[in-house]
Design a protein around this ligand. Structure first.
Ligand SMILES: Cc1cc2nc3c(=O)[nH]c(=O)nc-3n(C[C@H](O)[C@H](O)[C@H](O)COP(=O)(O)O)c2cc1C
Length: 388
């Protein structure tokens, strides 16, 4: 769907300038982009910013367009309308079904998905009127990407900040293909590398970047699941909307963060790369250099095996196997040994990369191969879990 038709609708918010970068990213990703600016948006940004970047038309008026029925033509043309930033005013107008400017008329005539990216002062965002208007839009099947929290342009600190454009692109990819099909699903995802301390400076860890687990948590959440992410050492930002995310670095911390609450979740994705061994003792002082150093290691707890042991009826346990040899055989063995419903086998050479080739192996069928970037793969894994 990367050649899908996106109608980028920019309203009159202080974050309108960030929509220029969004248009550029959409264009580079291969989407066809047309733009609508409200009159208020034009106080902040110019149509030229968008026409030059998208190489496509920018529309500002119901009355002065070359197309005599521009609101219907654009509504029919777009596979997805992205309102970014979305003002409280335009959200309210859409919730009421008003059609008194180009954008609100398009929104009324459009029959396909809409993604709203609200951005405004925290009090405007938290006003009961805005909250109710967004609920009305959601009840009609519209998607709303919640704003981030932080220092706002109006000098208040709170919720209402325009999100990173990268997250808007992930939401667009999700809503073009999948929608919010996981309402009511609860999922726990572990991601990243465990860290076992040797002394205050040294540690045992591994090369896992956390990208696959974070992509899974992101995809699950955008599709409407209630997600808890438990992450070790990762080299990526945690999506700001995963409010329940918690860091657990050692295997013991990860065990304590996952196993006692596992019964509350329908799907468990155990994606973190956890160490099989930890130092038998921790040195509170930095270990000094000597001729030889013998480091005694002991086994860590087996989180996945214990999750398999306490698995409840209807719960789905998904494990990951990264190997350098005999990938499929080793993964099948792990699937059975640990009482998993699905195992995602991948070659260690792709650790840390953005893309991967994986095999999905369940108890029923032949391994199913998939490749792509880790966000695409996350959606494919989720689709497979839905079939189990
Ligand atoms: C400097 C300035 C910044 C504004 N920023 C926002 C904003 O971030 N979010 C918002 O909802 N409204 C903001 N407004 C108010 C809107 O511009 C106003 O409600 C306008 O009617 C929105 O029109 P539109 O929805 O047709 O674009 C701002 C107004 C001004 C003067």
């Amino acid at each position: 769907m990367s050649n899908a038709k996106i109608l980028l609708a920019v309203t009159g918010g202080i974050a309108a300038y960030k929509a220029i970068d969004l248009a550029s990213r959409l264009n580079k990703a291969g989407y066809q982009v047309r733009t609508v600016l409200t009159d208020s948006a034009r106080k902040f940004v110019s149509p030229v910013n968008f026409s030059a970047i998208t190489h496509n038309s920018v529309h500002t008026s119901l009355w002065d367009d070359a197309d005599p029925i521009v609101h219907i033509s654009l509504a029919d043309w777009a596979d997805l309308i992205v309102v970014a930033p979305a003002s409280a005013n335009t959200i309210a107008k859409a919730a009421c079904g008003l059609a008194n400017n180009l954008l609100s008329s398009i929104l009324l005539a459009h029959t396909k998905p809409v993604l709203w990216v609200p951005a405004m002062n925290v009090h405007m965002y938290e006003h009961v009127a805005t909250k109710q208007n967004m609920e009305i839009l959601k009840s009609r099947g519209h998607h709303v990407l919640e704003p981030a929290t932080g220092l706002l342009a109006c000098a208040y600190t709170g919720k209402g900040k325009y999100p990173p454009n990268e997250e808007i692109l992930y939401a667009i990819r999700t809503y073009l293909l999948y929608g919010r099909d996981l309402g009511g699903v609860t999922a726990i995802v572990s991601a990243g590398a465990s860290v076992e301390a040797i002394d205050p400076m040294r540690m045992i860890s591994n090369r896992s970047s956390g990208k696959m687990g974070i992509a899974l948590a992101r995809a699950l959440s955008l599709r409407g699941a209630m997600v808890k992410l438990v992450y070790g050492s990762v080299n990526q930002e945690i999506p700001y909307y995963l409010h329940d995310a918690v860091q657990a670095l050692s295997v013991e911390e990860m065990y304590d963060a996952i196993v006692p609450i596992a019964g509350n979740f329908r799907w468990i994705f155990k994606c973190a790369a956890v160490s099989d061994y930890k130092p038998a003792s921790y040195s509170p002082q930095k270990i000094k250099k000597a001729e030889d150093l013998l480091l005694k290691l002991e086994r860590t707890a087996d989180i996945l095996a214990d999750l398999g042991r306490i698995k409840q009826d209807g719960q789905r346990l998904i494990g990951f196997a990264a190997e350098t040899e005999n990938l499929i055989e080793n993964a099948k063995d792990k699937l059975l040994r640990k009482n998993l419903d699905l195992i995602v086998a991948n070659h260690l050479e792709n650790a840390g990369k953005d893309s991967n080739s994986i095999s999905l192996i369940d108890k029923a069928g032949m391994p199913l191969a998939a490749q792509g970037d880790k966000f695409d793969l996350a959606h494919k894994i989720i689709d497979h879990v839905k079939t189990l």
